[in-house]
Design a protein around this ligand. Structure first.
Ligand code: TRP
Length: 334
């Protein structure tokens, strides 16, 4: 029997290359090996976008199309919408008793996010909502609702997974051994840097290259990329290891090409403008099949709708099984 795997993402914007290399590619590679539940976490997205429901709704469909475009196969993966699984909300309420407020306040991921969202939660988090503070509980419900044994995540999510395991242990020790303690599956690729040299690519950092970016947008972004600052003239030798253009060549270009680029750059036999133009081409080539696939789904919204409905129905069935056991264990099965 295949192991069950669950992961999720918040529908707050389109997928960018950071998502692709940090997670999406891994998901595509492992989709044959697991019974895979892929949640579009709209309820979680609402915890810090409650005042912008239309944005969340739009991005549910955007994310679904992005996932299909990168090759997530809906015949293998249950792609579903969190809000359509009421069992998750129910479980969240039950788990609320098993977590202290101070434990939530100490969760490093939550802490970081609160400090990043001052306009919403205040300078010192004094306006933090109950919903946002509690989203790790809801995420524990996401995972355990489908008896997720393995959770593929980036390292920023590890504190949430640890908190989930604590909830599982507490639940099992009080009500009996019902829930499964999930294990992480860390992405092989580490975080993708931005073209601006930032350690991370992100929407809020304004340095993201989206899978849906047009050729013109790609051109502008690549032309602005950071190169070796010591290289002034076209034939100055430079260090490709500190050049973001070379870094991206390694992500999207062929290996032989990268070797040539590296040695030419070191010898001063290659100018940055030429190198950027080649990267633009390589990036467009890389994105082409993804964008073609995406176009198909843009033209067939009914198919996207059907995929989400089917994935949600399959997920719901699994969630109902868990809920039955949970309610019996908690002596609330009437
Ligand atoms: N918190 C994740 C993020 O911000 C999204 C998410 C929701 C998730 N539910 C999950 C991740 C369950 C792993 C497991 O991207």
């Amino acid at each position: 029997m295949k192991k069950t795997i669950l992961t999720g993402l918040r529908p707050t914007g389109n997928l960018h290359l950071g998502h692709y290399f940090g997670a999406g590619k891994t998901w595509r590679e492992i989709q044959n090996d697991y019974d895979f539940y892929l949640e579009i976490a709209d309820i979680q997205a609402l915890t810090d976008n409650f005042n912008n429901p239309e944005k969340v709704r739009t991005n549910v469909y955007e994310i679904a199309k992005d996932l299909l475009a990168i090759g997530i196969d809906p015949n293998k993966v249950h792609i579903f919408i969190q809000s359509q699984i009421p069992e998750i909300a129910e479980l969240t309420v039950f788990y609320g008793n098993l977590v202290t407020v101070s434990r939530l306040q100490r969760n490093p991921t939550v802490k970081t996010e609160i400090s990043q969202k001052k306009e919403l939660f205040g300078n010192d988090g004094e306006s933090i909502t109950y919903g946002f503070l509690g989203y790790p509980i809801s995420q524990a419900a996401d995972i355990t609702c489908f008896s997720g044994e393995v959770v593929p995540v980036g390292d920023d999510q590890l504190p949430l997974l640890e908190q989930c395991r604590e909830i599982v242990r507490k639940f099992n020790s009080i009500y009996g051994n019902i829930l499964i303690e999930p294990q992480q599956l860390l992405s092989k690729t580490s975080r993708v840097k931005g073209l601006d040299g930032n350690d991370k690519m992100g929407k809020s950092l304004n340095n993201a290259i989206y899978l849906v970016d047009t050729e013109e947008t790609i051109r502008q972004k690549v032309m602005g990329a950071i190169t070796d600052p010591n290289k002034i003239k076209k034939d100055d030798p430079a260090n490709p290891e500190i050049c973001m253009v070379y870094y991206y060549h390694q992500l999207v270009n062929k290996e032989e090409e990268c070797q040539t680029i590296c040695s030419e750059c070191k010898k001063g036999a290659r100018g940055c403008v030429q190198c950027k133009k080649e990267l633009i081409n390589a990036m467009n080539e890389f994105l082409k099949p993804i964008q073609e696939k995406r176009k198909y789904y843009e033209e067939h919204p009914e198919e996207v709708e059907r995929i989400l409905q089917e994935g949600t129905t399959q997920a719901r069935n699994k969630a109902k099984d868990t809920m039955k056991k949970v309610k019996e264990a908690m002596r609330i099965a009437y």
